[in-house]
Design a protein around this ligand. Structure first.
Ligand code: MG
Length: 254
């Protein structure tokens, strides 16, 4: 794996600059999710950020990193590695460790030969609080996709918030997510003290900024309900062989 040598602070400077330019774009969120073709397309740039100090490597192309993960289906295995690349295969995956608020970097690629239409052909996702809660940052081929609901494309908080803009790169090219997740807080009676919150930098562009979720992303119009404060991170198997590399996480509660 080739990783560009750039400091994390340089990334933050870059993303802050990009965030300023993307804020003026129209955010399309309608009751039915809107039309993905109406999201403005912008140029995105893959960020191959190496793990900063204090981060934990979750996947670096070596067999050793497979120890950090377990399959959701006990009859399945952790995904195979091919030439240092991880291929989404046959089961959801969960980190063995649990996390609350965290920052995660990952790089993903839709194989160049995939036939894509709407939600099929190039679908995965990064899911926070997957045991009870379920808050998904969608992964979807969204560069040459004929179209789907706007809050279902890459960079969306699935079925809750469309990305402000669409910086997707073509199939066959690596793309990057830098996701900051703030875990929700619940009171003793299950009341919501703080909603879950997302900032998503997609190919260097801020597409979600401190978006507060009002429910699980399993359904539109859902409500939050109390759940354990720390849970694994899940990578979704949606029957598409999405490829992954360079995944690291920073626990923001330490
Ligand atoms: Mg998905």
């Amino acid at each position: 794996m080739k990783i560009m040598r750039s400091s994390f602070s340089a990334l933050l400077t870059l993303t802050a600059a990009v965030a300023l330019t993307s804020l003026s774009a129209t955010q399309i969120v309608t009751a039915d999710g809107g039309d993905s073709n109406k999201i403005p397309k912008v140029a995105g740039t893959l960020q191959t950020t190496p793990p900063p100090v204090g981060a934990e490597v979750l996947f670096d192309g070596t067999e050793a990193s497979l120890d950090k993960w377990e399959p959701g289906n006990k009859d399945s295995k952790v995904w195979p590695i091919k030439n240092g690349i991880w291929v989404d295969t046959a089961t959801d995956l969960f980190t063995k460790k649990s996390y609350g608020s965290c920052q995660i970097h990952l790089e993903w690629r839709v194989p160049a030969n995939r036939e894509v239409n709407g939600q099929s052909g190039g679908n995965s996702g990064v899911i926070f609080m997957p045991k009870k809660g379920w808050y998904e940052v969608q992964i979807l081929e969204s560069h040459s996709n004929p179209g789907t609901y706007a809050d279902g494309i890459a960079g969306s908080i699935y079925q809750h918030s469309a990305p402000k803009v669409n910086p997707s790169l073509p199939k066959g090219e690596w793309q990057s997510y830098d996701i900051t997740f703030t875990a929700p807080k619940f009171g003793e009676k299950g009341e919501v003290l703080a909603k879950p919150k997302f900032t998503v930098i997609y190919n260097g562009v801020a597409v979600q900024e401190n978006f507060e979720l009002s429910g699980t992303t399993l359904r539109r119009g859902s409500k939050l309900s109390a759940h354990p404060a720390k849970q694994p991170i899940m990578l979704q198997w949606h029957k598409d062989p999405i490829e992954f590399r360079n995944i690291w996480i920073k626990d923001l509660e330490k």
